[in-house]
Ligand binder design. Sequence first.
Ligand code: PRP
Length: 206
Amino acid sequence: MAVHVVDHPLVRHKLGILREAGISTSRFRDLALEISRLLTYEATKDLVTEHKTIEGWAGKVEVEMIKGKKITVVPILRAGLGMMDGVLDMVPGARVSVVGFYRDEETLQPVEYYVKLAKNIDERSALILDPMLATGGTLLATIELLKKSGCTDIKGLFLVAAPEGIERVVAAHPDVDIYTASIDEKLNDAGYILPGLGDAGDKIFG
Ligand code: PRP
């Protein structure tokens, strides 16, 4: 597995605003979408293209088009929905697979409550979307669910990730790639990322 920190001035700037305690819901939503577009740009760099000849304004012209595996985006409810439209702006042909988990506040274990995967998911590349990778429990559960459905090409896109969660996922699923705008410092005793964003779900849904 490779962990990619999408280190770009625009990402750093937008993430800085996202961390402000008093940020409004609408500003948080806008910035989460903007950063998600930039993460998608990085996470899709390995897509294979093929040459095609089309009719251009001055006659035939050879162009490149995306070839091969199709994509499904997998927003993790709730907070992952706050990234989805940004990703779909970049890959409008992607199918959407929805996975619902909430994290039990006492045990920090993920609790599954909804799953609806795209048809033929075993033929698609999956882009898991969640603003936060904290203990890694939710991501592990999602990866296991996708692999059981036959998915073999899986990436995860996050706004912020904790080193503890990354380490856990790396150990269990070395084949899964992680793209994050930041690897933050650590988790606090309650399992929240520091410096983090606070509760991204609450900030997106108000
Ligand atoms: C948050 C976040 C992740 C999960 C990360 O969701 O969006 O899904 O916690 O934690 P983990 O890495 O320790 O598993 P939350 O439970 O707050 O649900 P929500 O998206 O419905 O707000």
